[in-house]
Design a protein around this ligand. Structure first.
Ligand code: HEB
Length: 737
């Protein structure tokens, strides 16, 4: 029997081959996104502490090794202009550049470029070479440096080595060991489809340019980090390219000047590769075994160096591609450009009457100044043109802007500054880091906590349901993707969160004003300087409510774990525009769905999506929903899904009643709301949403529900709910982890 190594056999009868449930029932709700990155799958061990391993790193030697590597050209992938600097900058940019501000996913924080699909995206062509060049360094330093950090550090160090004054570097990105399946990369089934992108959903403007890019995506085409370098659909039009760039970089959280700075900064270095139109071999993921995770085999000439093919474009932007300068912008504005084709047939611009003095990467004849269509956008677009034009004659401004934008690019998805490790963290704080004030007073002690909880719970108007709902609203903005949000900072009291429908603004204000009264009283009394933040009080309030709900169910000895030390952020330190991205399309935990929002997902998918951002497992998601229903914590105080006769009591009623065969469910015309009637009398017993009924409908969720509904389930609800709740409240406490 012979099977070709590259191709998979028609029918595999082993290792998960054959037609799967998901092939039969493509609409099946996926729970695998909640089963990723489990500690058992970490080859460094479940308790691996990257910060501790990093502390042993000889950071200076590591950087020296990267610098040596930059000019240590390897025969299997010779360095252009004698340095891998340009290649490593592109490596870092493509690692970080997948970040999307809308859902906080993507970015360089997990080293995902090592895995499919990113390792094989057409835009990431030949970055497999860059990662392989770095392997001896990774090998040498082992656990002390993660791939995720190394990919970014390589670009940062390359910039330094080529004369660019970087702001610094924050380490602290632990590696992952599998592809993150929670990221929506788009619904297209081909890479870089020409004019056939589902993400635009047919919306095009009068010139046929796609207009509204589907959220949460940032890239304009499947398989690209951002935009087509040859203009939208390869149309060669810089003006239209500018519109795509603005959309894509905007989705990454970059404004116009940051965008210009990044492109002008990046393309100050290196070159584009398009020596010939010879077709390349498959990307790493489609390669044969003997390719050993290498892709894009090039059969043209030597297959590398002067014969390299990456993007198919053949461009050198600057006279000094290995040295920081603003020659890119000078060339852009001082030359007259004409559209030509690269040797590979791709559209690019060449300087007319060029003085032919751009260096060849391998000592060949000097070359003409060249630009990508997307580069010309920085000159043709009036807004970009004004910024870039000014920087063409002001090198200092460009340097400053690129330093800031580059640092933001690399650290955007790292969350609070308390996550940063290493000796080169800039002193300066940035608004995109969601700054928090420092604690400069003694925090409350467990005995204060008990007193405060007592005060809260005996305050008229502070009910179990309201306290639970507000504490959840405060903590549950956390996104595992970019570590933004969470209870620390009490930003639920600030804009925009205070106005979100999911937070029930009127009720929220009532709760917050009562909590603020308690806070003021505590902080103005003599407690040896001790202070309590509103952020801590919100969480304490939730805990007090849960303890009351548990006591009502007969569990009088429950104490919800609490970690004091949260602080209160200011409105000035809260970027309203980007915090608005944290406004959920759905929060199944509080039975909220934004029916007029952008998400096309089903309500139950939004529930799972939120659970994934909260880094919950399927059982944790299940017990939190069931417990919050029992505690009556719907955002709007509705009875929907409150499958209990004793709301406000921490029982397993939600689960018991959900699987009770005496109830028959029917859907309303929208398919969003359901009525549960008594099978014999026909009397209406309950109402519910998709976020409720999915727990009885989905076989794997139902299996978990049965655990909570069966004998012993009552006890287990209380202990599991309390543990999962405390986990959510502390998700953003990197300051104490
Ligand atoms: Fe870039 C390269 C495109 C942005 C940095 N870029 C490149 C290329 C292309 C592009 C096509 C070529 C590749 C090859 O090799 O062939 N970009 C692009 C676009 C954009 C960009 C379209 C948007 C508009 N870049 C960018 C940024 C950065 C960069 C932002 C940073 C910051 N690039 C870069 C570099 C390079 C490139 C450094 C070179 C590489 C080498 O040398 O290898």
């Amino acid at each position: 029997l012979q099977t070709s190594f590259g191709k998979c056999p028609k029918i595999s009868d082993a290792a998960g081959g054959g037609t799967r449930s998901h092939d039969w029932w493509p609409c099946q709700l996926r729970l695998d996104v909640l089963r990723q990155f489990s500690p058992e799958q970490n080859p460094l061990g479940g308790n691996f502490d990257y910060a501790a391993a990093f502390a042993t790193l000889d950071y200076k030697r590591l950087k020296e090794d990267i610098k040596d590597l930059l000019s240590n050209s390897q025969s299997w992938w010779p360095a252009d202009f004698g340095t891998y600097g340009g290649l490593f900058i592109r490596l870092a940019w493509h690692s970080a550049g997948t970040y999307r501000a809308v859902d906080g996913r993507g970015g360089g924080g997990m080293g995902q470029q090592r895995f499919a699909p990113l390792n094989s995206w057409p835009d990431n062509a030949n970055l497999d070479k860059a990662r392989r060049l770095l392997w001896p360094i990774k090998q040498k330093y082992g656990k002390a440096i993660s791939w995720a950090d190394l990919l970014l550090l390589a670009g940062n160090t390359a910039l330094e080595e080529m004369g660019f004054p970087v702001l610094g570097f924050g380490f602290g990105r632990p590696d992952t060991w599998q592809s993150d399946e929670s990221v929506f990369w788009g619904a297209e089934t081909t890479f870089v489809p020409q004019g056939n992108d589902i993400r635009y959903n047919g919306s095009t403007d009068f010139v046929g340019r796609a207009t509204h890019l589907e959220e949460p995506l940032a890239a304009t085409h499947m398989g690209l980090i951002y935009v087509n370098p040859q203009g939208p659909n390869g149309n060669g039009d810089p003006m239209m390219s500018a519109l795509d760039i603005r959309e894509a970089f905007g989705r990454m959280g970059m404004n116009d000047s940051e965008t210009v700075a990044l492109i002008a900064g990046g393309h100050a270095f290196g070159k584009a590769h398009g020596a010939s139109s010879t077709a390349l071999g498959p990307p790493p993921e489609g390669g044969s075994l003997e390719q050993q995770d290498f892709g894009w085999a090039n059969s043209f000439g030597t297959g590398n160096a002067d014969d390299a093919i990456t993007s198919g474009l053949e461009v050198i932007w600057s006279k000094t591609p290995t040295k920081w300068s603003n020659d890119y912008l000078k060339s852009l504005f001082h030359n007259t450009w004409t559209l030509v084709k690269s040797p590979a047939g791709a559209l690019q611009f060449e300087a007319l009457n060029s003085t032919v003095d751009y260096p060849d990467p391998f000592n060949g004849a000097a070359r003409h100044a060249t630009m990508l269509v997307s580069d010309l956008a920085l000159r043709e677009d009036p807004i970009y043109g004004a910024i870039a034009g000014a920087w063409a004659s002001n090198f200092t401004l460009l340097t400053d802007a690129f330093a800031n934008a580059w640092f933001k690019l690399l650290h955007r998805d790292m969350g609070p500054i308390s996550r940063y490790l290493g000796p080169e963290i800039p002193q300066q704080q940035f608004i995109w880091q969601d700054p928090l004030p420092k604690v400069n007073y003694p925090c409350i002690t467990p005995s204060d906590e008990a007193t405060l909880k007592q005060q809260i719970i005996s305050t008229p108007g502070l009910t179990v349901e309201n306290l639970v709902s507000v504490a959840w609203g405060s903590a549950s903005t956390f996104r595992g993707g970019d570590k933004r949000g969470g209870a620390n900072g009490a930003r639920i009291a600030l804009q925009p969160q205070a106005s979100w429908a999911v937070n029930n603004p009127k009720q929220l204000q009532k709760v917050l004003s009562k909590l603020t009264t308690i806070q003021t009283a505590f902080n103005s009394a003599n407690h040896g300087g001790k202070q309590v933040s509103l952020a801590d009080l919100i969480v304490l309030g939730g805990n007090a409510a849960i303890e009351k709900g548990a006591a009502a169910a007969g569990y009088t000895n429950v104490t919800v774990p609490f970690t004091a030390g949260r602080v209160d952020a200011t409105q000035a330190d809260t970027d309203i525009t980007t915090f608005e991205y944290l406004n959920p399309q759905g929060d199944g935990f509080r039975n909220y769905r934004n029916y007029t929002g952008w998400s096309l997902a089903r309500t139950e998918e939004l529930l799972v999506d939120k659970a994934q951002q909260l880094t919950l497992t399927a059982p944790e998601m299940t017990v939190l929903v069931g417990g919050m229903r029992a505690l009556n914590a719907n955002f709007d105080n509705s009875a929907t899904g409150i499958l209990t006769a004793e709301p406000g009591t921490l029982t397993n009623d939600f689960f018991v009643n959900l699987v009770d065969m005496r109830t028959v469910w029917t859907a309303d015309s929208t398919g969003e709301l359901f009525t549960g009637k008594d099978r014999t009398t026909g009397k209406t017993k309950w109402t519910a949403t998709r976020a409720d009924l999915v727990f009885g409908s989905h076989a794997e969720l139902r299996a978990i529900v049965e655990v909570y509904a069966q004998a012993g389930g009552k006890d287990q609800v209380v202990s599991d709910f309390v543990a999962a709740w405390a986990k959510v409240m502390d998700l953003d406490r990197f300051d104490v982890k």
